[in-house]
Write a protein that binds this ligand. Structure first.
Ligand code: A2R
Length: 326
């Protein structure tokens, strides 16, 4: 049986590790997995090798065209999961140039490398539901044919990369599929994202009873988001590789908007410690999208994908992860 060669950019990231785990656990088909790691953070590369000893590691900086070309040329993969990115909205405001260079230019370098040295490769570009940004006041579930305007440098980088992906699929006939994931969480997510942040605060309060006041801080709790479990999300990415159509965009989402207040209530209910919640105005973003939920009809119809893991189970696992880590 021939093994599919898979290159994952951003393998050291939160989603990358879950994707490697899922692909590596598959018995049929089996995958030969190449993971890119970003040389500026060597500690992440070492840690990734320890977690997945069979992984073939490649150094790749998306901001260097030579580095991207060398990686694609040396592997000539069947599939590329293009996950690597500056993935945080807050960081994208602080580092606008780096965001555009990494997310947009890096994607351009990747497609050029595929076009010139591995044109049969199928690439899954990972976009973001933030592309709906300024449509959000409409408070309904968004469909793939819609695209809003950019409400952050991050959203700009994803909107422009989607257009770039469509361009390469249409004019160069590259085999590119676009995933638009809505927010996802799960064990391993950093405290830079809301569920990780709250779970980390709760876990550290539990560890320090009697040493520090049991107070946690939150931002705007009225925001509503369509949350999924990262383990469901990576399953959707694999199904999109198998069944997605070239040049098409697919929402990857649960189809339901949940308020951050509800997420907080669930997390607090999982702790036996009495915790006081305070709003920290510095955690309220100037352009926060109030409501974001997607339609998942298209991905369901074309790949059969459905989210399986209930939100409560996801949050239990996030909290357990942080209890072990703090
Ligand atoms: O920071 P590191 O060393 O873990 O590397 C991150 C990598 N990365 C880069 N790789 C190559 N060249 C660069 N210039 C560069 N800058 C960052 O991208 C890490 O491996 C990955 C991003 O991982 P996370 O921040 O954990 O994002 P996550 O949640 O895994 O999101 C995956 C994709 C992204 O495209 C998001 O925008 C989308 O899903 O939602």
């Amino acid at each position: 049986m021939t093994m599919k060669k898979v290159l994952i950019t951003g393998a050291t990231g939160f989603v990358g590790r879950h994707l490697i785990h899922r692909l590596a656990s598959s018995q049929k088909p089996r995958y030969e997995i190449f993971g890119s790691c970003y040389p500026e953070r060597p500690e992440h590369c070492i840690d990734l090798c320890a977690q997945f000893p069979d992984l073939k590691l490649l150094h790749l900086d998306l901001r260097s065209e030579d580095s991207v070309r060398a990686a694609v040329q040396s592997v000539k993969p069947d599939w590329i999961f293009h996950l690597a990115a500056v993935s945080q909205v807050r960081l994208s405001w602080e580092n606008r140039q780096e965001t555009i260079e990494t997310n947009l230019m890096g994607t351009l370098y990747l497609y050029e490398a595929v076009r010139t040295s591995s044109p049969k490769t199928r690439t899954l570009f990972i976009s973001s539901s933030d592309v709906y940004g300024c449509l959000a006041p409409k408070r309904r579930t968004f469909r793939e044919e819609e695209r809003g305007c950019a409400v952050s440098p991050y959203a700009f980088s994803k909107i422009s990369s989607e257009i770039l992906s469509e361009f390469y699929a249409a004019t160069e006939r590259l085999d590119i599929v676009i995933a638009r994931p809505f927010p996802h969480t799960g064990p391993g997510q950093s405290a830079d994202f809301v569920c990780g942040d709250w779970a980390r605060q709760i876990a550290s309060i539990e560890k320090q009873i009697g040493i520090r006041p049991p107070v946690m801080t939150v931002g705007n709790l009225e925001i509503r988001r369509d949350f999924s479990d990262v383990r469901d999300i990576v399953h959707a990415y694999i199904l999109l590789m198998d069944n997605g159509r070239r040049g098409e965009i697919y929402n990857v989402c649960s189809g339901r908007a949940t308020s951050l207040q509800k997420i907080l209530d669930i997390l607090l209910s999982l702790s036996s410690t009495e915790i006081e919640v305070r709003v920290d105005p510095t955690k309220i973003r100037k352009t926060d999208i109030p409501f974001l939920a997607g339609s998942r009809q298209k991905i369901k119809k074309e790949t059969g994908w459905e989210p399986r893991i209930p939100l409560k189970k996801t949050l239990i696992d996030v909290l357990e992860y942080w209890r072990k880590k703090v």
